[in-house]
Design a protein around this ligand. Sequence first.
Ligand code: AMP
Length: 424
Amino acid sequence: MRVLVIGSGAREHALCVALAADPAVTALACAPGNAGTRTLAESLGAAVGDPVAVAALANGWAADLVVIGPEVPLVAGAADAVREAGIASIRPSAHAAPLEGSKSFAKHLMAAAGVPTARSWPVGGAAELETALDEVAALTGGAPFVVKDDGLAAGKGVLVTPDRAAALAHGNAVLDAGHAVLVEEYLDGPEVSLFALTDGRTVVPLLPAQDAKRRDDGDDGPNTGGMGAYAPLPWAPPGLVDEVLATVLQPTVDEMARRGEPFAGLLYAGLALTARGVRVVEFNARFGDPETEVVLPLLETPLAGLLMAAATGGLDALPPLRWRPGAAVTVVVAAPGYPEAPRTGEPLTVPAGEGYLHAGTAVAPGGGVLSAGGRVLAVTAVGPDLAAARTAAYERVAGVRLAGAHWRTDIALAAVEGRVTSPR
Ligand code: AMP
């Protein structure tokens, strides 16, 4: 099987590592890739935001399967263009994509499917915004405000704040930018990311993971694309995955099929385990980053066949997934200034050996590696348990050299110390 991965982050590097280890994969390419993926996969150039260019690339390279990582090509309809060229793609069609691209679409779908989520108030103008903030405050009795940009905002369009003036300012800024706003009920309780592969009918959940979205230790500082992650979750209630499959994933996939827009590909549910039960925070239609970096190293079942079955049908015929025992931790090494204004183009030293997944790197003109993004590396390790995986990941981080780099020192720490409690 010839597999083409689209993207240039640590998620795509993790996908390339897993695909390169699958004996069914006879050729692997990544477009545009980074300094890490090029050691495993042929690097192909492409304007990955352009669906026609992605399809032409897949065709020209004779791909059997295209795995699209980032969100932008998804919304642009790259998966449809690839499928029209007769090539399998692990991405839902543009019709199914609003499940990720539009929060209000997702809310309507969840209401129709009976999937539990936060109550929400769609807002189209400044006066409505004031009213929605008052209503949510009256209903939740002093909980923080949650104000969201309705469209794609790379994980940065959401403000969670106890400060009404800040909530109002964020909402108005989003409205001024011409986007709709969604005000939401605050969901307390630990967050869980659960990925599932689906062919539009059968749903196969992967392992639950948790990511760290804030920049600084103690979940402080601004939101980022993700500063680290771990899997599985030692504190998760038994039966969580089965419950989410029955109450969230399967009803969502069934509702899309009922609408004649079957969702085939990777469905990512961001969940909050609240005192009142599991609630969906968001859906994504792609592998999450950095959770992919900890879920895939634990997957023993070869990845390519699984992705092909999701893309083309037949997941029900596959045997149950096999997982390696133990746990995985990834720590994101970020460029100085990330997330506001990352400084890139700096020389970077990455030790030899496994676990250094490249997130934002490029090959320097004279050889060597340069930082090329806000998140530079996702440094990952697997261990017999979470504590061991965490120690090994931080030992690897200590070998990285990048001027001004920063990373969180507390990834998975609360879980290791037994300080994460699920409300049930
Ligand atoms: P989203 O873009 O919807 O995934 O939101 C980004 C992050 O904001 C989530 O991962 C949560 O950490 C936080 N968040 C979003 N919605 C809520 C909510 N209703 N209650 C509490 N936190 C939220």
